[in-house]
Design a protein. Sequence first.
Length: 287
Amino acid sequence: MSINRRSFFKFLSLTGITLAVGKESVAQSDKGQEVDFLSILYDSTHCVGCQSCEFACAEAHGLPEPVGAPEAGKIRKLDETNRSVINCYNTSKGEIYVKQQCMHCNEPACSSACLTNAMHKTKEGPVIWRGNKCMGCRYCMVSCPFDIPKFEFHSANPKIQKCNMCFDRLEERKIPACVENCPAEALVFGTRRELIKEARKRIVENPDTYVDQIYGEDEAGGTGILYLSSVPFNELGFRTNLQKTSYPELSKGFLYSVPTIFVLWPALLLGIHEATKNNHVKEDENE
C-alpha cells in the first residue's frame, strides 16, 4: 500500500496543531456560554413500560425488533441492536419503569476521546457517530461515563451503535421517533432550557410526587436527556457519584503538561487513517 509522504506529513503537521491547540481554543471561547441544545425530558412517573419507544426506535433506524419485556429485577442492557431500552425497578414506591439511551452530554467524553472526530457533538445538541471518519479505536466506548456506545463485534463492517436523538429526523423538522410514539407522554421534546423550566415547575407543583432533583441537569457537566423521578435516582440504577463538571475538563491541564510525543501520537494515528483512507479511494477509482 503506497502513501504519498508529502501529503501525509503535511496533514500530520496540520493535525498536530488541531489536536494540541484547536480543541482547547474552542473550549476557551465557549467557556461560560450556555448553549440551548435540543433535549428530551423523561418523566418516569408517566411511563407505563409499554415499550412503544423501543419499537419506534428500532423501526426508525432499521434495527431488529426488541426482544423481551421489562421485568422487575431483570436488567435489559443496551447493545448493538438496541439503542433504547425500558427497564423495571423495585423501589421504595413499588415498580417504576426507566428508559435508557445515550445521554447526549453537553460536553461529551466520547467526542473528546475520539481521535478522528467520528463521534461528534452537533450544534443542535445530539451526539452522533459518523462512520466515514471512524478508525475503529473504540475510545468512545471506554471514555463514556454512562457506558453507552456499543460495537458490532460480529459484523464484517462493524459500526458504533448508539442513540443519535433521531438527528436525521430533526433535520427534516420532525421530533425523535421515541417522543412521537409515547402514548403516555412520558417523553417531552424541546430546548434544554425550557425542559429544565418545565421539570422544575412539575417538582414545585407536585412535591409529593417527585424527588427534588433533575437528573442530567448537572451530572457530567449536564446532559441532553433529563429525568424526573418519584424516588431517589440510585433506586433506579442511575450513577449518582458522577462529577458535576464535564469529563473532558479533566484532561485539559494534562494535555499541556505531557511530553510532545503524547500530543503528537493521536495526530500520527489520524494521519495514517486519512492517508490510507484516501489511498483506498484512489484504488477504487482505478478499478
